[in-house]
Design a protein around this ligand. Structure first.
Ligand code: NDP
Length: 405
């Protein structure tokens, strides 16, 4: 039976470790390793109380590659699931190559000093993983992750040709704070304040960010939660899906934001609090966005009072048997039910569940290969089957509505 090592001890890692414990008959050993051992211990104790399953914990800083290599060598995992921050992705991939472990993550590498998301850095590892006979599967959370798998499933089963994909991510939840981010504020704010891009007719089209005049948005009528204003945003899966879904004419990503969130963020940006460079403060170097992170509620703490639902899915349009059709594939997840079950709000839950499933499929050899892949390059069927079993049932229906051109 396979062994899994999870790196990181945030909200997503807590859910993934809990789901591994739920699936313990599929794992010989489960290890959670992060730079704060106290957080690992907290997660381990909660899981033991809830499931009776004992997971192992270790302290490791992914910046210290030799230490990480020796930990991987001694534990010998069949897969390393990277749920630390995206800045560490390349170091953890290096350690996996050196120690001979397969690799899965949920976010693409991002340099710490530039808010820029691009797969080129990780795709450059393709040959090295191939030579070592190892597999790395990138971006296996919900979006990226399930959004990629929904696209692959549609390509395999529902269409002869796919022309348009619109990924729509709605958080209709309420955490009760005037302003908070649902996952690491640094990562979240970097993502939503960047220039927006979508891919159309073979090239990237830029539009203003959600905070600027001219940002593109429209009210989408989501199942269960109703109409929510949805903003065009750049998201990393656009890059890989534009490459891997053949015949695609356009792919876009939309995310809901409340007016309140946008107003707060605009003020924070205007006063410089979202800057990612160092500024001098009374002789000390301070990165404003990191200081802001200290002041904002810890995303992991939001879960206890979070109500409402997330609705995330893809509207896909293409040709089947000579006729145009559109389908909508989506999942609805409830914040308070996620918290009750796994001790985390729905954003962490919807990321941790697919991450565990992808890692399980790599660990048990269902997903195999040598090199670096994105989730849509893997067989979607076993993943789609496990998604419902581990807490994220999905719906598929014909879509008759209209999206903006
Ligand atoms: P958190 O910031 O809550 O947790 C990150 C964890 O990684 C923390 O426990 C942190 O340690 C640990 N960590 C950071 N640096 C290191 C290091 N150098 N060595 C070892 N451990 C380290 O993030 P989340 O749990 O919210 O998210 C996890 C990942 O999932 C992120 O990469 C995020 O971008 C991604 N994500 C993907 C989504 C998707 O749908 N695809 C959605 C949401 C998130 P410490 O506790 O000491 O700070």
């Amino acid at each position: 039976m396979p062994k899994i090592m999870i790196i990181g001890a945030g909200g997503v890692a807590g859910v993934a470790a809990y789901k591994c414990a739920q699936a313990h008959e599929h794992f010989e050993r489960i290890m959670l390793a992060s730079r704060s051992i106290s957080k690992c211990i907290g997660i381990r104790d909660r899981i033991k109380e809830k499931t009776g399953v004992e997971i192992e914990v270790a302290e490791v800083n992914a910046e210290d590659v030799p230490h990480l290599v020796s930990l991987i060598r001694s534990f010998k995992p069949d897969v390393v699931l990277n749920l630390a921050l995206p800045y560490q992705d390349l170091k953890i991939m290096d350690a996996c190559l050196e120690a001979g472990a397969n690799y899965v993550d949920t976010a693409n590498y991002e340099p710490e000093d530039v808010a820029h998301f691009e797969y080129s850095w990780q795709w450059a590892y393709k040959e090295k993983f191939k030579e070592r006979g190892l597999i790395a599967v990138l971006g296996c959370g919900f979006d990226p992750g399930v959004s990629n798998i929904f696209s692959a499933f549609a390509q395999k089963h529902l269409f002869d040709e796919i022309h348009y994909i619109d990924i729509l991510d709605c958080n209709a939840g309420n955490h009760g704070h005037p302003f908070a981010t649902n996952f690491n504020p640094e990562i979240n704010i970097r993502e939503v304040t960047q220039v927006v891009r979508h891919w159309e007719n073979g090239r990237w089209v830029e539009t203003p960010s959600i905070l600027n005049p001219g940002s593109v948005h429209f009210p989408f009528d989501y199942p269960v939660v109703g109409k929510k204003e949805s903003y065009l945003l750049y998201h990393e899966e656009l890059e890989s899906l534009a490459k891997n879904i053949h015949g695609l004419k356009r792919i876009r990503f939309w995310m809901t934001f409340s007016e309140n969130y946008i107003n707060y963020l605009r003020v924070l940006q205007d006063v410089g609090m979202t800057r990612i460079d160092e500024v001098d403060y009374e002789g000390s170097k301070v990165v404003p966005i990191r200081f802001l992170k200290c002041l904002l509620p810890d995303p992991a703490s939001l879960g206890s009072n979070y109500t409402g639902k997330t609705v995330i899915g893809n509207v896909i349009t293409g040709i089947k048997d000579g006729r145009e059709k559109s389908v909508y594939i989506y999942n609805v997840c409830d914040h308070s039910e996620s918290f009750k079950e796994a001790g985390a709000q729905a954003i962490s839950y919807t990321t941790g569940v697919p991450a565990m499933i992808a890692a399980m499929l790599v660990a048990n050899g269902t997903w195999k290969g040598s090199g670096v892949f994105n989730a849509e390059e893997m067989d979607p069927d076993p993943f789609m089957e496990l998604l419902g079993r581990y807490g994220l049932p999905w719906e598929q229906k014909d879509f008759a509505g209209r999206l903006p051109d």
